[in-house]
Design a binder for this molecule. Structure first.
Ligand SMILES: [Zn+2]
Length: 245
């Protein structure tokens, strides 16, 4: 439901916020990545030709290593928005991600809808996850992506209080339920092209894990990453989000 609207953000965020309200009201806008009525968040700058690959919901014992192999084989760095609870369960993977030069982000501890979560619990979700990832990795965590993109002003304020820039995205497809890597890659490629024509960089979300299914198959997502890299590498540069902050 998000995907037809997501690219609309490049047309202008002010208009996007107004449209978001008209399209579905407060609850809808609270999850719409282009909406700014809940505060500022990093999406993507006007730097056509730059791509940020970002991965949510890991680390995953089966799929994250495959993904890291693909990224390493092609010399591409990415940003991993991990769940603190998953990082805590897979510390060796967290350390491998860092050792291979990728950037770590916080995706909360347990993937609640933070638009609907009491403030004290929101702060605990952000703080506990940030501390766990930092303790395991030895690196400071400076970026936060709300689960489902769901937010309200205090969520983004809390992220900033903990020293993290809130991050959304401008290119996503339902990779978590799409069995065809080719379809995932083709849909994202169209978004990359459209954003590029408007002068924007692309902030791509894919999933190397699952917040609610330990056995989820992320093979198609990983295979799609390799297809995208092969197609885009001649014309684009792959960046981690610190390049845009
Ligand atoms: Zn997520």
């Amino acid at each position: 439901m998000l995907s037809p609207l997501v690219t609309g953000i490049s047309a202008g965020l002010g208009a996007a916020a107004a449209f978001g309200l008209a399209a579905g009201g407060f609850a809808y806008a609270s999850k719409w990545p282009g909406s700014r009525i809940f505060g500022e968040a990093l999406i993507a700058p006007r730097r056509a030709g730059e791509l940020a690959l970002t991965f949510d919901d890991g680390p995953n014992a089966i799929w994250t290593p495959h993904l890291l192999d693909v990224l390493s084989n092609h010399g591409v760095k990415a940003t991993f928005f991990m769940l603190g609870s998953r990082a805590d369960a897979e510390p060796a993977l967290v350390r491998r991600i860092v050792a291979e030069g990728h950037l770590l982000g916080n995706h909360s501890w347990s993937h609640l809808n933070l638009a609907l979560t009491p403030a004290a619990r929101v702060r605990e979700e952000l703080r506990r996850s940030k501390l766990a990832i930092e303790e395991i990795s030895g690196q400071s965590v400076r970026f936060f992506r709300p689960p489902f993109g769901a937010r309200r002003p205090m969520v983004l304020r809390a992220a900033r209080e903990f020293g993290m820039t809130p991050v959304l995205w401008n290119a996503m497809t339902s990779d978590w339920k799409e069995p065809s890597a080719e379809k995932i890659a083709a849909r994202l490629q169209r978004k990359i092209d459209r954003l590029g024509r408007r002068g924007y960089a692309t902030n791509i979300v894919l999933h190397d894990g699952s917040h609610n299914d330990a056995a989820a198959n992320r093979g198609p997502s990983v295979a799609a990453v390799e297809k995208l890299i092969l197609r885009c590498k001649p014309t684009h540069s792959f960046v981690t989000l610190d390049a845009w902050d």
